[in-house]
Structure formats: structure tokens, C-alpha cells
Design a protein around this ligand. Structure first.
Ligand SMILES: Nc1ncnc2c1ncn2[C@@H]1O[C@H](COP(=O)(O)OP(=O)(O)OP(=O)(O)O)[C@@H](O)[C@H]1O
Ligand SMILES: [Mg+2]
Length: 515
């Protein structure tokens, strides 16, 4: 099926020119000559032979009957159709500092997918045509990503929801989708960075499934999970008799991935000797089996991921600088969940949908199960409960959120998830930290040691959380649940107090109070 483009242009000449170009580039085009007509078409999409637009391409400077401009279209569509990417065309070449550039930057900030300046002779200008087609392709890929990839046939489990869908409409995630769109169709090596549980593997899979190697193998190697001495043979294979126990020749992961993609997860944990060999693969596209004499040519696209701070690892001579430079070309950085709290609601609803039907089974007196999804209220969540989730700091990011939602679903037993349920689920997921029971200096020492090993990244945030949780909880306990008094003692405002109590689930402290 051809991707469907809605072209909004008030100049009939341009409608003709751009419409023709887009059709020649393989898109199906519908046109409108002002913002209102464009919006009506978008609103009615689906009525007209299922015509759901994939991309909107609009002039920035429209002079329609109501005088609404491209800018307003972006705002309106962003609100009503957050998944529908809008590309703006500007009349003049953009130079930074001139007002058009300001407008363009402004509309990107409002949520336009991208912008392009019209060429003087668009039909003849090959670069312009190629740029436009590429931009539209990225936008289409980005929309499909947001709408979710096709569910995979394997069943949902604790670690894998049934689909590889990436959920989240925050600005930072929109940028991630754009980046995925940009790199997917190219052969470049991509490095995916981000804290644990931010979705690095999900992104790696999305890059793979949106690229032209999607029909070829996708091989995952977790560099941490395989013992160091075995990793080389795992990656590159070995010849018979290469070492004691190598009774047969073994084909390594790189050879298996030939013509396809290899995902090197936790590459920051690879040992230095192997890093050097990997660098050679990147430079020469050849591998050598352990004990082998001939270099073997491999055509493999590499996607790597790490949660480690590679710059620090380079500084401490734990990661080769030359490999770092090779990898640090196309980088996709996934923001931690606490920096995109606006995604939490969508994620929660998504996880409820993923796990809701699986868990909302009620045992009846006769021992059989009925699904509350069909027979009772559909699993839902109270607004306050979502707010409580939004107030958390999520050191384990999306993975942690998913596990809390799953626990809450079990606790809610098919009924609406309340704030209380969420608190219980949070308590279960994070048993009260024993951290402060040890002397503070010991705590600092152990936290810094694990940071040095790359096991932790947000040392300050983590420690502040430990201290705050203790302070707020203890103050409230001593104030016998009187929040105003506790806030006064701590020197914080009432709103701050309320926010922290929500964040740390300390509302019920008074009931637990013993004095
Ligand atoms: N944006 C998202 N939308 C939906 N699910 C997500 C999203 N991000 C992460 N997840 C889910 O959270 C879990 C963890 O994601 P993933 O394994 O990709 O994280 P990671 O960054 O590779 O973590 P780690 O560094 O611990 O390996 C997965 O089940 C994944 O499906
Ligand atoms: Mg991972």
C-alpha cells in the first residue's frame, strides 16, 4: 500500500508541482488549499475508503480564507492527532537568524516533524526531491512506530509484552522515533545509550525491523551474559581443535548474522582484547574464527547498546578510545523515565492492556476461571493512582514501571486500580531500603564502589532519594501525621511536602506511627 500524504498548499501551481513529485516518488496524494480544509480531511479520515493519512506536508505561510497558518495546523494536529507527523515547507531558504528560521525552529518546537525549504525549481532539483522523499519516508516510519509494530506471535511474558511497540509521545521520544527513522534504512553502526530499562533493546529491534535488512537475521549477543573466555568464540566461531574442548568447528554469531544485523548488547562490558577484535570487524568487515588462519568476509549491520558511561570507561582505560569513536557516530540516547513523565500515563495504559486480560482471571467456586475483562469491569486505573506513579523517580525506568503495573493488576484482581493498590505494588516492588541502617559513610562508600563498576549512574539522585524518604517519613511520624507541622520542621512548603509524600508513598505513615 502506498503511503498517503495530505498536501496543504494555497498556491495552485505548487499543488500541481509537489503533488506530481510526490506521486512520482510513490505516494498517494490528497490536497487541500487551506488549513481548515486540511483539518476537515484529517478529521474525516477513515470515512473515505479508510484513507488514514501517514504524513501531512504543508506550506508554512498559507493565506487561506480564514488566514490560519501552517503553524496553527501543527498545534491543532499535535493536540488531536499526536501520531500524525507534519512536515512544513517554507518558501525561502532558511538561514539561522532570519525570521523564517525563527519560525521554523518555533514550529519544530511546537511538534512539527521536520521542515524543508522549497527549491527554486523543485521538479528539476534532484537533491531537493531526494531530500523530500527521504523526509517523508522517515515520517511514515516514525508514524508506524508510534502506532506500534505488528505483534509478534510469541506470547506475552514478564519480560516481553506481546508486541515490540514503543509507547510514548513525549517530545524526547518523538526525537527518538525520528532518529530511528533516520538510521533504519542506512547501514551505519548505531549505538543505543540509556539507563537500564529505558528500552534500548526495543529500539534496536525497531531499527532492524524498519530497515532494508528486516527479512534477514537479527542476532542478539549479550556481552555480559557470556563468560569472557567464551565470548570470542561465540562472536567469531572457532576451528576444530582451536582449544581444548573444541571438537567441532563452530560458526560464530557474526557469520550467522551475515547479510543481517547483530545486536551487541552491553557492549560497554566487553573486555579490551575483544574490543580490539571488534574494531577490526568494523574497519575491515572481516572476522577470523578462533584458531583460523583465513579472514572471512562478513556483511553485518551492527547495533550496539550500553547503559555505561563510555566516556568515563575510556578515561579509566576500560574501553578503547578508537572503538568508542567508531561507535559514537550514530547515537540514539534514551532519556530516563523521570525525564519524560508525560509518557507514564500512556505506558501504564499500554501495560494494563498487555497484561490485563492475562491477569484478570477470577477463580470461581467450582475452581474454573472467568475473565473479568469479559464479565466484569475492564481493568482500569484511577486518575490519582496514575498521578502517584508519575510522582515516582523510577530508577529502573520503564521495566520497573511495567513490573509495578503488573503487580497492581494482580492486587486489583480485575477491578479498577486505586492509589492504594499502586502504593502496595510499589512497596512490594521496592522493599523499604535498609540503606540508612548502615552508617552513612559506609553507604556512600558502597554506592560509589558500584558506580565505579558501572552498576549505578545516578548516585546523587539515588542518595538524595534515600535521605529524603527517611526524612519525610520520620518527620511525619513524629508530627503524628500532621503534614503542616512536618513541613515546617523540614523547612519546605506544603506543596513540596505533599509531592514528596505522594512520591514516596508515605501518606499512610500516621497509621503506622507507634509513638
Ligand atoms: N517506550 C516503551 N514502550 C513500551 N515498552 C517499553 C518501552 N521502553 C521499555 N519498554 C519495556 O520495558 C522492558 C525493558 O526494555 P528493554 O529491555 O528494551 O530495556 P533496556 O534499555 O535494554 O534495559 P537494560 O539496560 O536493563 O538491558 C521491556 O519489556 C520493554 O518492552
Ligand atoms: Mg537491554
Amino acid at each position: 500500500m502506498k503511503p498517503k500524504v495530505l498536501l496543504i498548499e494555497d498556491d495552485p501551481n505548487d499543488v500541481e508541482i509537489f503533488g506530481r513529485i510526490l506521486e512520482e516518488e510513490g505516494y498517494e496524494v490528497t490536497s487541500a488549499d487551506n488549513v481548515d480544509q486540511g483539518l476537515t480531511l484529517v478529521r474525516n479520515e477513515g470515512n473515505d475508503e479508510g484513507k488514514e493519512f501517514d504524513v501531512v506536508l504543508t506550506d508554512l505561510d498559507l493565506k487561506g480564507p480564514t488566514g490560519r497558518e501552517g503553524r496553527e495546523l501543527v498545534v491543532e494536529l499535535r493536540r488531536s492527532k499526536p501520531h500524525l507527523p507534519v512536515i512544513l515547507m517554507t518558501g525561502l531558504p532558511l538561514r539561522s537568524g532570519d525570521p523564517t528560521a525563527d519560525i521554523a525552529i518555533d514550529v519544530i518546537q511546537l511538534g512539527a516533524f521536520d521542515y524543508i525549504s522549497k527549491a527554486l525549481d523543485p521538479r528539476e532539483d534532484k537533491t531537493f526531491r531526494a531530500d523530500l522523499a527521504e523526509m517523508v519516508d522517515h515520517a511514515v516510519a516514525s508514524k508506524q512506530l508510534m502506532a506500534g509494530l505488528q505483534p509478534r506471535p510469541d506470547a506475552a511474558t514478564e519480560d516481553k509484552p506481546a508486541a515490540d511497540k514503543i509507547v510514548g509521545n513525549s517530545r524526547v521520544m518523538q526525537n527518538v522515533y525520528k532518529e530511528i527513522g533516520r538510521v533504519a534504512a542506512t547501514p551505519v553502526t548505531v549505538l543505543v545509550r540509556g539507563e537500564t530499562g529505558t528500552g534500548k533493546e526495543l529500539v534496536a529491534r525497531a531499527i532492524y525491523s524498519h530497515g532494508d535488512r528486516a527479512a534477514q537475521p537479527f542476532i542478539v549477543v549479550n556481552c555480559t551474559a557470556i563468560p569472557e573466555n567464551l565470548l570470542e568464540s561465540e562472536l567469531f566461531g572457532h576451528e576444530q581443535g582451536a582449544f581444548t574442548g573444541a571438537n567441532l568447528r563452530r560458526i560464530g554469531r557474526f557469520e550467522q548474522a551475515h547479510c543481517g544485523t547483530i545486536f551487541l548488547d552491553e557492549i560497554g562490558d566487553m573486555d579490551l582484547k575483544l574490543q580490539q577484535k571488534l574494531l577490526r570487524v568494523l574497519q575491515e568487515q572481516t572476522i577470523e574464527r578462533v584458531g583460523g588462519k583465513e579472514p572471512i568476509r562478513v556483511d553485518v549491520r551492527i547495533i550496539a547498546a550500553t547503559h555505561r558511561n563510555l566516556e568515563l570507561a575510556v578515561e579509566e582505560n576500560e574501553f578503547r578510545q578508537d572503538l568508542y569513536f567508531r561507535l559514537n557516530v550514530a547515537v540514539i540516547s534514551l532519556p530516563p523515565l523521570r525525564e519524560r513523565k508525560e509518557d507514564i500515563r500512556d505506558l501504564v495504559e499500554y501495560f494494563i492492556e498487555c497484561y490485563g486480560s492475562e491477569l484478570a482471571l477470577r477463580k470461581q467456586a467450582d475452581g474454573t476461571f472467568i475473565s473479568m475483562i469479559q464479565h466484569g469491569p475492564k481493568a482500569a486505573i484511577e486518575r490519582e493512582a496514575v498521578m502517584c506513579l508519575e510522582a515516582q523517580s523510577w530508577p529502573g525506568n520503564v521495566r520497573e514501571l511495567r513490573s509495578v503495573v503488573r503487580k497492581a493488576l494482580v492486587l486489583a484482581n480485575g477491578y479498577t486500580i486505586t492509589t492504594d493498590t499502586v502504593r502496595k505494588a510499589l512497596d512490594q516492588a521496592r522493599p523499604p531500603s535498609p540503606a540508612l541502617q548502615q552508617p552513612f559513610a559506609t553507604l556512600v562508600g558502597s554506592v560509589l564502589a558500584s558506580a565505579k563498576n558501572g552498576e549505578r549512574e545516578n548516585v546523587i539522585a539515588d542518595l538524595i532519594e534515600v535521605v529524603e524518604r527517611e526524612l519525610y517519613g520520620e518527620a511525619l511520624r513524629r508530627a503524628k501525621g500532621d503534614q503542616s507541622r512536618a513541613a515546617r520542621w523540614l523547612g519546605v512548603s506544603r506543596p513540596t511536602m505533599r509531592e514528596r509524600l505522594l512520591r514516596y508513598g508515605l501518606h499512610s505513615v500516621r497509621e503506622r506511627s507507634t509513638d
